[in-house]
Design a protein around this ligand. Structure first.
Ligand code: G1P
Ligand code: ZN
Length: 543
């Protein structure tokens, strides 16, 4: 076996987005494309000779091929050991868990999260640092800079390694250690939650349905919910991971997880429903005929954290992304702990967790997590909910109604306009930017604009500044509209409009969010000139 030095030309489009580099599979399959990016990662992180790397992915199309290439490149680049999930599988939170538990020199995670997979679907790759979290912007920027000047990469010339059995294999002096993808993660969950209480709940006639959406969490849910917690076999649906997620869109929301939604809103519905996404880091929580917004979910978990063994001694603080509703802020205020508002993307939570400033974090995009790993964590959120339900012995809806009665309700919805022509989408954002000054003080119906700005964040730990993070229209009564463009898409542009209104009146709490937000929705369309500029006024996805 020999190390090959392969000459290459830079690609100019390898800029990581909100969560790593995401492109269509045919883009990744171009000669040298994956290799260029991987070498750019290795050149940037400059791992010491003999370092250990974690490697795994969500099992989507091209996962295994990419893993084999990365193993050969890791060997040629001087790594001493790679911990790789059996069959190349690691959910994103499990990868974060493995990096932290075995203190590896970070890890490479292959996933395009909730984006569809398959030969023409999406693929993605990202580097997580030694704390187990997504690389911060200064590293992703450096990787991008390296990708623009790369001239060669290193790869071991070797045949593929068999990854379907646990064990250790030699690859040019580097050890490839194939690990069980589930065990370490399941053990971590058992250390945080009261499994006995949840087991009792599940044997008491409380029925659950978890939709793995043919994605990576199937085996994790089977092991934890069925094997360790005694849920019935049919409590987990779509549990077999498929390379193309069965042709579906593995995004746990009311639109794409419709099979589950129909069950939870149908006759004889279970008491609790949940789904997770392609790589297992997102979650959706449902009760019997009831939907919990991710923003509310974060607030409920924070308010009830003391009921859960892993958090019984209290939480240090909460962080939420800017577009996430302020429901968690109200809980933080009541608990007398800080609440941080960060830009969109999990990578902004890492510093706060490492510095011990926050314990729980959440995003409106179905992401919730804590300092147990440095990624959002779908099954963790499900177990947190089950632990609370086991202790409180109330329904999901009862818990939410009581929560709103105590704190008030931050009525919330996100409207996504997918597949807009990039020029038109940029035009909307430019129009908003140009009018920020003009919006201030202006009245729209019963709402008056207090501040209109472009969100900018200064990290309280390392003082790094991230600007251009979304246009905020903040109204005097605390309601707001936020506009931003997605940074994870691979086709055209996706415009996200986030709508939030605070409702203290208990008598209004039963209202459907779209009804309660109707006036704000109209204002959002008016001030963005969306219809004129894009021809669209109906969202593709409402969450
Ligand atoms: C989306 C979500 C964001 C999340 C990211 C990765 O990014 O909005 O909260 O962190 O996916 O899961 P966006 O497409 O909005 O840039
Ligand atoms: Zn994901």
């Amino acid at each position: 076996m020999t190390i090959l030095t392969i000459p290459t030309q830079p690609f100019n489009d390898q800029k990581p987005g909100t969560s790593g580099l995401r492109k269509k599979v045919p883009v990744f399959k171009q000669a040298h494309y994956l290799e260029n990016f991987v070498q750019s990662i290795f050149d940037t992180i400059a791992a010491p000779q003999g370092a250990t790397l974690t490697l795994g992915g969500d099992g989507r199309y091209y996962n295994l091929e990419a893993i084999q290439t990365i193993l050969k490149m890791a060997a040629a680049n001087g790594f001493g050991r790679v911990l790789v999930g059996r069959c190349g599988i690691l959910s994103t939170p499990a990868a974060s868990c493995v990096i932290r538990k075995y203190q590896t020199f970070g890890g490479i995670i292959l996933s395009a999260s909730h984006n569809p997979g398959g030969p023409d679907g999406d693929f993605g790759i990202k580097y997580n640092t030694q704390n187990g979290g997504p690389a911060p912007e200064k590293i992703t920027e450096a990787i991008f800079a390296n990708s623009k000047k790369i001239s060669q990469y290193l790869e071991y010339q070797a045949s593929d390694i068999a990854l379907d059995e646990i064990g250790e294999f030699d690859l040019g002096g580097m050890v490839v250690q194939v690990i069980d993808p589930v065990t370490d993660y399941a053990d971590l969950m058992a250390s945080l939650f009261d499994f006995n209480a949840i087991r009792d709940l599940l044997s008491s006639g409380f029925r659950i349905k978890f939709d793995a959406m043919h994605a990576v969490n199937g085996p994790y849910a089977k092991e934890i919910l069925v094997k360790r917690l005694g849920a019935t076999e049919n409590s987990v649906m779509n549990a077999v991971p498929l390379k193309d997620f069965g042709g579906g869109h593995p995004d746990p929301n009311l639109t794409y997880a419709h099979d589950l939604v129909e069950i939870l809103y149908g006759d004889n519905a279970p008491d609790f429903g949940a789904a997770s996404d392609g790589d297992g880091d997102r979650n959706m929580i449902l009760g019997n005929h009831f939907f919990v917004t991710p923003s509310d979910s974060l607030a409920v978990l924070a308010a009830n954290a003391k009921l859960v063994p892993g958090y019984a001694s209290g939480i240090a603080g909460i962080a939420r992304s800017m577009p996430t509703s302020a429901a968690a802020d109200r809980v933080a205020a009541a608990l007398g702990i800080p609440c941080f508002e960060t830009p969109t993307g999990w990578k902004f939570f890492g510093n706060l967790m490492d510095a011990g400033k926050v314990t729980l974090c959440g995003e409106e995009s179905f992401g919730t997590g804590s300092n147990h790993v440095r990624e959002k964590d779908g099954l963790w959120a499900v177990l947190f909910w089950l632990n609370i339900l086991a202790v409180k012995k109330q329904s999901v809806q009862e818990i939410l109604m009581a929560h709103w009665a105590q704190y008030g309700r931050n009525v919330y919805s996100r409207h996504d306009y997918e597949g807009i022509a990039s020029d038109a989408a940029n035009g909307v954002m430019q129009h908003l930017h140009e009018n920020l000054g003009a919006f201030s003080g202006q009245a729209f119906g019963r709402y008056t604009v207090k501040v209109a700005d472009d969100f900018s964040y200064t990290d309280p730990v390392d003082s790094s500044v991230s600007s251009g993070q979304g246009v905020r229209i903040l109204f005097t009564d605390g309601s707001r509209i936020v506009f931003r463009l997605s940074g994870t898409g691979t086709e055209g542009a996706t415009l996200r409009i986030y709508l939030e209104a605070f409702e203290p009146d208990t008598k209004q709490h039963h209202l459907d969010a779209q009804v309660a937000l109707a006036e704000l929705i109209t204002i959002a369309l008016q001030i963005s000139q969306l219809k004129d500029r894009t021809g669209r006024d109906t969202p593709t996805v409402i969450t």
